[in-house]
Write a protein that binds this ligand. Structure first.
Ligand code: NAD
Length: 373
């Protein structure tokens, strides 16, 4: 029997597909809702190849309350939601903020309304380190703890910090209302997971990030340079006060990040903490130049780059203090930046067309063998 049934919005996307896999591997039943705006249903086949179980899938937009209602109706055992579905391009969010608020904030409100209607009481939310903004505005705030004041520098980040508040208000209100009615209220909980910079792919080389448009993050861009799909990487600024002048980020392997969701979900279900934020990061900062060197090593060739002007809204350093997640969720990163680079290279070099091609037979054979073992 399943440990529990979890709805995953955005579950065919990059982080969502790895989290769906982690949950299935740990005995959960997974129901995915995704509009396929930035993902492919092929990820469902890959999840099934890796763990022998297939998530149930619905092509539904998260802003479509009637569509969500039908899915919840069909799965009365649902007790938790992991909410990934969102638009996530910082630059685009400054050009079209209303669409970002409509999908990210509006979509979350629709989801919470349907959760309320069906008494589905746990939500794990994909927040971002972006909510902290430029933490150099405070002394001694790096690595960043969860009590660091929120101050995003772009509309995307503001949708995330707004959603955090909406979830906090909603869960607290549910707790109060149910308590006033004399009923148990502790099972209403929310986890705000502030990810630092996710990267990497599945070590099998058959599950990875396959963005439908131009990628926005450093690692997938480097992947495209390494496979020749992109001539060079643009480095936005080498005049930051860091050890080599480029901006510092905390890269976290997507397999570790997926396990962080499992740990947070189990914590909500077992410990009933109310609403709580956790940083999911490694605690180690890496500059853009260091990352180019690490990925060049994994790919076995020096990758071309060009330094250009700083980008508006970019900040010097986003490195996590992950102590709270280490202690409370009993979770910490286990994989390194080198693992992330090697796994990403295995993915992009074997699948330059992402999910629009079959993986090489040798990789599929290796997956079959490791499942049989
Ligand atoms: N990748 C990162 O660097 C990063 C960092 C911090 C936070 N996050 C957050 O994590 C979440 C997942 O990010 P990802 O990198 O996997 O991105 P992704 O684009 O691969 O995944 C998002 C998924 O949501 C789906 N989606 C988009 N709009 C939708 C809608 N209206 N209705 C239903 N589905 C919709 C997309 O099709 C996609 O499958 C997002 O909320 C993102 O903001 C990502």
């Amino acid at each position: 029997m399943a440990v529990g049934t979890v709805l995953i919005t955005g579950g065919t996307g990059y982080i969502g597909s790895f989290t769906s896999l982690a949950l299935l591997e740990h005995g959960y039943e997974v129901v995915i809702v995704d509009s396929l705006y930035n993902s492919s249903k092929i990820s469902l086949d890959r999840i099934e190849l890796l763990c022998g179980k297939r998530p149930i899938f619905y092509e539904v937009d998260v802003t479509d309350e009637a569509g969500l209602d039908k899915v919840f109706e069909a799965h009365p055992k649902l007790d938790s939601v992991i909410h990934f579905a969102a638009l996530k391009a910082v630059g685009e969010s400054a050009e079209n903020p209303l669409e970002y608020y409509r999908i990210n904030v509006g979509g979350t409100i629709s989801l919470l309304r349907i959760m309320q209607k069906h008494s589905v009481h746990n939500i794990v939310f994909s927040s971002s380190a972006t909510v902290y903004g430029d933490v150099t505005r405070f002394p001694n705030m790096i690595p960043i703890p969860e009590h660091c004041p929120i101050g995003p520098t772009n509309p995307y980040g503001r949708t995330k910090s707004t959603i955090e508040l909406v979830i906090e208000d909603f869960i607290n209100a549910q707790r109060n209302n149910v308590k006033k009615a004399g009923k148990p209220f502790e099972h209403w909980n929310g986890a705000l997971l502030r990810y630092f910079n996710p990267g990497g792919s599945h070590p099998s080389g058959i599950l990875g990030e396959d963005p439908l448009g131009v990628p926005f993050n450093l690692l997938p861009l480097l992947g495209q340079v390494a496979t020749g799909q992109r001539e060079k990487l643009l480095v936005y600024g080498d005049d930051y006060p860091s050890r080599d002048g480029t901006a510092i980020r905390d890269y976290i392997h997507v397999v570790d990040l997926a396990k962080g969701h499992l740990a947070a979900l189990n914590h909500l279900r077992e410990k009933n903490p109310g609403v709580r934020a956790w940083n999911l990061g490694s605690g180690r900062g890496c500059t853009v130049f260091e990352m180019i060197a690490a990925f060049s090593k994994a790919a076995g060739k020096q990758l071309k780059y060009e330094v250009v002007e700083r980008r508006a809204g970019d900040v010097l350093d986003l490195t996590a203090n992950p102590t709270r997640a280490n202690e409370e969720l009993n979770w910490k990163t286990e994989l390194t930046l080198e693992n992330a680079c090697e796994d990403l290279w295995r993915w992009v070099s074997n699948n330059p067309q992402g999910y629009r091609q079959d993986p090489p037979a040798a990789l599929l054979e290796a997956v079959k063998k490791s499942r049989a073992a």
